[in-house]
Design a protein around this ligand. Sequence first.
Ligand code: AKG
Ligand code: FE2
Length: 328
Amino acid sequence: MEHLVSSWCNDRSLPESYILPPEDRPGMLPLGKNIPVVDLGAHGQTDILQQILEASQEFGMFQVINHGVPSNLIDEAMGVFKEFHALSAEDKAIETSKDPDKSCYMYTSSHNYATEKFHFWRDGLLHHCNPLEKYIQFWPEKPPKYREVVAIYTAELRKVGFRILEFIAQGLGLNPDHFSSELGENQILLVNHYPPCPDPSLTLGLCKHRDPVVINILLQSDVYGLQVFKDEEWIGVEPIPYAFVVTLGALIQIISNGKLKGAEHRVVTNSNLARTTASFSLNPFYETLIEPAKALVDASNPALCKSFSYKDFIIKYRADASYGTAFE
Ligand SMILES: O=C(O)CCC(=O)C(=O)O
Ligand SMILES: [Fe+2]
C-alpha cells in the first residue's frame, strides 16, 4: 500500500506531486445554485418519479431526504467510518488485508497511484458488501462495532438504491425491476477520507470523474467538498444533515442508451477540517453483460454501443481515466 495521505500530512506543505495545473485547480463557484432535493417520504409516487427523472436528466445527481434510513444508524455508521480512518496506518493495513482476493483493501489518491500524473488528497477504504456472508469476514474488526453497524447500514442503503432504480427504470419506460437482479447486486462500499489540506486552492480530493457504477448513494459528512459539473460550471453540493446524494454512474448512461448521463463531479479539500464520506454503489457482477436496454433500441434509436462485460468496462475505465487517474 502506498503511503496514505493521512499518515504523513500533518505539518507538511503540499508536495509538488499534488499541485494541479492552474486550469484544473478549484476556482470560484456561481452563487445560489444547488442540485435538486427529492423527498422520498412525500405522498404521490408519480410526483416522486417525475422529480427523480427530471433531476436525473438535468444534473445526473440529486439529494434524497426522508429515505427511511434511521438517523441514529447514519450517525453510528459515520462514527465507525471516522474511527476507522483515525486508526494508525499499521492497524489500517492489518484490518484491510484479510482477503487474499482483495475484496477489502485500502488505497490512496486513485487506483492508478503508481502511474498517475498528479496525486489527490484522499485515502479510500473499499470493500464488497453482497452477499454479506461471503464478505463480512474480511471487513475491518477495528473499530469493534464496524462489522455490526456497517452490515445494517449497507442493507438499508441497498433498499434505498433499488427503490431509486425502480423509479428510474419506470421513468425510462422499462420494467421497474430492470436493475434489480444482476445489474445492481454487486454492492461496493467506498469510505473516503480527506484530511485537512495545507493548500486547498492548489489541489483536489478527487479530480473530475464519472463513477464507474450504475448508481451511487453517498453519505456526506457535514463538511462541504462535493461539486458537480453542469453546463460548463461547477456547482457545490450543499451538505444536508441525514440526506444522501444520489449520483448516476457511467453504466446508466449505457443502459439507458444515452437518455440519462452519469454526473461528472469532483471533490475539493478543506484547510482545517477533515472530511469523511461513504459511497455505496450498486454495480453489475464482473461477468454480467452491459448493453443498452433492448426496449430503448429501435430503428430510430440505434444502440449507441455494443455489449461488454462489467469487468472489461472497469479495465478500460482505468486505462482511459483522465490524468491516468481512476476512481471507484
Ligand atoms: O467524497 C465525496 O464527496 C465524493 C466521493 C466520490 O466522488 C466517489 O466516491 O466516487
Ligand atoms: Fe465519484
